[in-house]
Write a protein that binds this ligand. Structure first.
Ligand SMILES: CC(C)(COP(=O)(O)OP(=O)(O)OC[C@H]1O[C@@H](n2cnc3c(N)ncnc32)[C@H](O)[C@@H]1OP(=O)(O)O)[C@@H](O)C(=O)NCCC(=O)NCCS
Length: 174
């Protein structure tokens, strides 16, 4: 059975594995190979730890736990940059491929949205690589609208990113 809950400290190692494995499976051909090769579970764990520490109480990670295994997570909190008028940010959502299309993503985003509401953050955005079409369809199914686009450099390659925004998030909660 799949349970949804806030992460516990000893989940972090498993969350980092889900992040790296799913990032690799999703972004082949979208981000440069060098960046893929440089990914490691340890670096991902330290980055997540730093993000939780830096953003403080306003950020949270929720996990989908299948009989004791973390099979997906979503993280959100205060926006890390000014994308007025959006106050909150979905920092990331990663679900292992075998569990896609079962409603887990929608439930995890709903938990992040509820958390943002408790922090007084009633709007949010998320950045996605523009070529990650399945994730874009997911954000659109959740009522997100394209609000920004930018080009960034990753390992000396130019990559396009798109931000989806929700000016009110009740639509995500259904
Ligand atoms: C994108 C992702 C989070 C979606 O999670 P999910 O559990 O597969 O999605 P859900 O089953 O909750 O789907 C929710 C809605 O989105 C729609 N949706 C999800 N994926 C879709 C796709 N590829 N194409 C079209 N619609 C899609 C579903 O049809 C559903 O719509 P409905 O509720 O109106 O029926 C998940 O597939 C994932 O982790 N992908 C790899 C990592 C990734 O790309 N993360 C985002 C990085 S920014």
């Amino acid at each position: 059975m799949i349970k949804f809950r806030e992460m516990k400290p000893d989940d972090l190692t498993h969350i980092a594995r889900v992040n790296v494995d799913t990032f690799r499976a999703t972004h082949q051909g979208i981000v440069p190979d060098r960046l893929m090769n440089d990914l490691s579970y340890e670096t991902a764990e330290h980055r997540l730890e730093r993000m939780l520490g830096k953003t403080g109480r306003d950020s949270a990670i929720f996990v989908a736990d299948h009989d004791g295994s973390v099979v997906g997570y979503a993280m959100g909190g205060l926006a890390r940059e000014d994308l007025t008028p959006f106050l909150g940010e979905l920092y990331g959502i990663y679900i292992v491929p075998a569990y896609h299309g079962k409603g887990i993503g929608r439930q995890l985003v709903a938990l992040v949205v509820k958390h943002l509401h408790t922090q007084g953050l009633h709007s949010m955005f998320v950045w996605v690589f523009s070529d990650n079409v399945p994730a874009r369809r997911f954000y659109e199914a959740l009522g997100g609208h394209v609000v920004h686009q930018r080009r960034i450099f990753l390992a000396e390659h130019e990559v396009s990113e798109t931000a989806y925004g929700w000016s009110t998030m009740d639509i995500v909660l259904g």
